[in-house]
Design a binder for this molecule. Sequence first.
Ligand code: 2HA
Ligand code: ZN
Length: 275
Amino acid sequence: MKVTDAKFMQGFIRMADDGFQQGWHERNGGNLSYRMTEEEVESIRGELKKDTAWIPIGTEVPDLRGEYFTVTGSGKYMRNVILDPEANLAVIEIDETGKNYRICWGLRDGGRPTSELPSHLMNHEVKKKATGGKYRVIYHAHPANTIALTFVLPLTDEAFTRELWEMATECPVVFPSGIGVVPWMVPGGREIAVATSKLMEQYDVAIWAHHGMFCAGEDFDLTFGLMHTVEKSAEILVKVLSMGSGKRQTIQPDDFRRLAKDFHVTLPEKFLYEK
Ligand code: 2HA
Ligand code: ZN
């Protein structure tokens, strides 16, 4: 089968374009990765190169040895993915040590996988383990309202989770485990990857201060939907804060407890503090 005809690739391309349409991917901002199933790899096996060089990942992901990923390319624009997937995306394979990858398909005109490959792969490793292999998608974007909040809210998991939960009743149901916050750090390397993947042990959302957001999920719909929900909530909070006099009323801790009961989610008490 042609790689671009595969269902997972169609889903990947659609998500890249949806993110661009939302305004979350200025220039080459943001990146997306997907851990492929064995059947998906087999379905395009004939199209995959085996003779390309192994390249260091820049970190170690031993639990991902032998896995294949579809990833966006470094410096590539999300808005171009739909026009020319083979030039802007890559299928990569992880070697038996978990320290190197090779490009098996894509990046037709040259290039490397996303500059955030260490963060993507370390997040995949954590999520694969935490969910028994269910989670397959890691998504990084630059949504403006979420980034704006990192200039005014305390950079704590508690503040971001509670404030964003309060902005829409669906939020605690969509991200019950909460949101982690990474202080400002240099992007692209192992250090920020370690900090982010540590948060991913507990959360499906990590916000990078003054930069953007990472989301993890089972499939494209759930992961895109998660980013969309958090950013929508952030947009409401920006509007509320912009109206000047603060919140006149809001959802209270006991309301969240009642919601959790009816919607069968567990909301950690650390986010239900008295203000
Ligand atoms: O340019 O978003 O974090 C891609 C990025 C880096
Ligand atoms: Zn970024």
